[in-house]
Design a protein around this ligand. Structure first.
Ligand code: DX5
Ligand code: ZN
Length: 220
């Protein structure tokens, strides 16, 4: 099985030294940078907006993997696209017209992702799979880093993997929440190819980043 791509969530980074942190995880073998955007309304926490994406853009050539936990989504797509996001992922519950939102993201030449909350079924993708570039399976309820992996989501990862293979398209299958070296292995066996990890990347400080990322890739 090929090693998964690792997309560290900057939610667990030191926000006072964010540019430095991004350069450190880049040097330590990360593949993407996961940016968690929360609005205090769709999820019970507040984080950052497009200004931070724009500020980080010059610090790395890695794809910026922007996870929008906001409602509504549509009024903010231009801002995140212009700020330099590569992937823009949203939750279909955040608005009435998920297909239109996907089209709006793609109109900017960006990759569009759909995120499935733990209670949201895989069949939500039935009429979106032909148009999207990424599925993000949430293995915790969105809002906070450091939560425990919800095991029932492994079945969903398997179901989504089948849908992607059937569609015969190049769609990434990403998992987010409670991913550590052990749950990473389970996710990859179930069919995931990109893993988000906040706590498990940043724990122990900069001296540990390379070893932490290697462990997540199953190379530790
Ligand atoms: C949760 C976020 C996650 C989170 C992951 O709402 O979408 O990206 O920060 O954090 P860990 O890896 O600590 O579970
Ligand atoms: Zn996330």
């Amino acid at each position: 099985m090929p090693a998964p791509l690792i997309s560290p969530s900057i939610l667990s980074a030191d926000f006072a030294r964010l540019g430095e942190e991004v350069r450190a995880i880049d040097a330590a073998g990360a593949d993407w940078i996961h940016v968690d955007v929360m609005d205090g309304h769709f999820v019970p926490n507040l984080t950052i907006g497009p200004m931070v994406v724009k500020a980080l853009r010059p610090h790395t050539a890695m794809p910026l993997d922007v996870h929008l936990m906001i409602s509504p989504v549509d009024p903010f797509i231009d801002a995140f696209a212009d700020a330099g996001a590569d992937y823009i992922t949203f939750h279909p519950e955040a608005g009435p017209h998920a297909h239109r939102t996907v089209q709006a993201i793609k109109a900017h030449g960006k990759k569009a992702g759909i995120s499935l909350n733990p209670a949201t079924p895989a069949k939500t993708l039935d009429y979106l799979i032909e148009d999207i570039d990424l599925v993000l399976v949430m293995s915790v309820n969105p809002g906070f880093g450091g939560q425990s992996f919800i095991a029932s989501q492994l079945r969903k990862i398997e179901a989504v993997r089948k849908m992607i293979d059937k569609a015969g398209r190049d769609v990434r299958l990403e998992v987010d929440g409670g991913v550590d070296a052990e749950t990473a292995r389970l996710c990859v066996s179930a069919g995931a190819d990109v893993l988000v990890a906040g706590t498990a990347t940043f724990r122990g400080g900069p001296d540990r980043y390379a070893a932490n990322i290697a462990a997540l890739k199953g190379l530790g």
